[in-house]
Design a protein around this ligand. Structure first.
Ligand SMILES: Cc1cc2nc3c(=O)[nH]c(=O)nc-3n(C[C@H](O)[C@H](O)[C@H](O)COP(=O)(O)OP(=O)(O)OC[C@H]3O[C@@H](n4cnc5c(N)ncnc54)[C@H](O)[C@@H]3O)c2cc1C
Length: 408
């Protein structure tokens, strides 16, 4: 998707995007059935495991590949081009290592806290690198917490040796398929009030007493994510399961805002997939369809041109935003990240819409990937905390107000 020479990729980025691309056709071949049955892509995870991709963001000294933010994003986009549900769930898994790894290294901790974090994350990373464990990332609760507006309702009550976790998470991708759930919850401090500053990020073992997966899963798109509801009924979680030390997630959310852009690579890949489809189809080269060329019509050429322009706009803005992701970015950099997120999430579905209109009725049959790309891409703009609506809100406010400014 991003030519190594034209985009000046590092050798590492070129190597790992190529590895992901090599898996692509296999993932694409399985995508229809995974989507139809709304089942988890277990066999794709075996391939990801064997390719070393479960540990892509695990630092090298812990046996991982040590990818940084941009390298991860580029690889994830390549996977999204072939199977949206695999890329999106893989993102949840990888974030547990990216946030506890590279991001945490950029945040303030005293020496003792950092040493304790180093020892704890070694355990998490060994599970992934040595045992092939999969981590999920269930944050959403159906209230305002996932948007960052209030503290999480899911509670962690301190007890001897750890916490008792109680609460509910909705849209928990990988539910029933992950080995650990990376749960964001609020540590209670006895005051009866909940504060976002007391957010904890805990790895809850999927087989712990009190964990259950409930409800069905039959959505419009991203069906292979299996994002059912998780219940935590006084689940004991030991101190060693903290993915970040107390207080550090709150710091990360304020100081490393690009952490919330990690859902976008999947949709960057889907945008590319919609464009790839239309070109192949109009050239009469789509496997499984008669070799009828439709490229000679000027209306089709105009539509493809419009799609190419939108795709290049999205790629350029997104590439800039992932390239400048850093701790404590400037206001302009954060606004650009929101703009990139908005553009990718909205354009992915717009490109799929244009592709269906341009290719015609036969192109949206379930035997072809386009109608799945259309449905999967519809989900991007809904993903908290940076939904398309919230990005617009934030860009508008940030453009017109400086920090602390009001209208009195
Ligand atoms: C395929 C898929 C997979 C998902 N996987 C996961 C996962 O693994 N983990 C996870 O934690 N979540 C996951 N989510 C959930 C997702 O991030 C959202 O939390 C969820 O879609 C919110 O749905 P809702 O109807 O409760 O939204 P609501 O909270 O009702 O919000 C609806 C809309 O209102 C706007 N809005 C919300 N809050 C505010 C606010 N404070 N101010 C202004 N506007 C606001 C937003 O634009 C939002 O889209 C997934 C979602 C999908 C579709």
């Amino acid at each position: 998707m991003f030519d190594p020479t034209a985009f000046r990729l590092t050798d590492f980025e070129a190597e790992w995007t190529a590895k992901a691309r090599a898996l692509g056709p296999t993932f694409a071949g399985r995508a229809f059935e995974i989507d139809r049955d709304a089942r988890f892509p277990t066999e794709n995870y075996q391939d990801l495991r064997e390719a070393g991709l479960l540990g892509i963001c695990v630092p090298e000294r812990f046996g991982g590949q040590g990818a940084d933010y941009r390298a991860y994003s580029l690889v994830a986009a390549e996977i999204g081009r072939y199977c949206g549900a695999t890329a999106l769930t893989w993102n949840m898994h990888v974030c547990s290592t990216l946030w506890s790894g590279l991001l945490a290294d950029d945040l303030d901790m005293d020496e003792a806290t950092r040493a304790a974090h180093e020892a704890r994350r070694a355990r998490h990373y060994a599970r992934i690198v040595e045992d092939g464990a999969i981590y999920a990332q269930p944050f959403s609760e159906g209230g305002a917490a996932a948007a960052g507006a209030v503290a999480f309702s899911t509670e962690a009550v301190p007890v001897e040796g750890g916490w008792l976790v109680r609460g509910k998470k909705i849209f928990a991708s990988l539910s029933g398929n992950a080995d650990y759930y990376g749960v964001l919850c609020t540590e209670t401090d006895g005051s009866g009030k909940k504060s976002r500053r007391n957010t904890l990020y805990l790895a809850v073992p999927a087989d712990a007493d009190g964990v259950s997966v409930v409800g069905d899963w039959d959505p419009l798109g991203m069906r292979g994510t299996v994002s059912r509801t998780l219940l935590f009924d006084d689940v004991f979680v030991g101190k060693d399961e903290a993915l970040m030390p107390p207080g550090v997630y709150f710091q990360a959310a304020s100081n490393w805002p690009h952490m919330f852009m990690t859902l976008s690579p999947t949709y960057m890949g889907l945008a590319q997939a919609a464009y790839d489809f239309v070109v192949t189809y109009l050239r009469g080269e789509m496997p499984g369809t008669p070799p009828v060329k439709r490229r000679q019509y000027p209306t089709k050429q105009l539509a493809v041109a419009e799609m190419k322009i939108k795709l290049e706009q999205a790629k350029a803005l997104w590439f800039q935003a992932i390239s400048e992701a850093c701790p404590r970015p400037s206001k302009d950099q954060v606004m650009r990240a929101w703009a990139a997120q908005y553009t990718v999430m909205e354009y992915a579905n717009d490109l799929a819409r244009l592709a269906i209109r341009t290719c015609g009725g036969q192109s949206m049959l379930k035997s072809l990937p386009l109608e799945r790309i259309y449905r999967d891409s519809r989900c991007g703009a809904l993903m908290l905390p940076w939904t398309a609506e919230l990005c617009l809100d934030r860009i508008g406010k940030a453009a017109l107000y400086e920090d602390g400014e009001g209208d009195d």
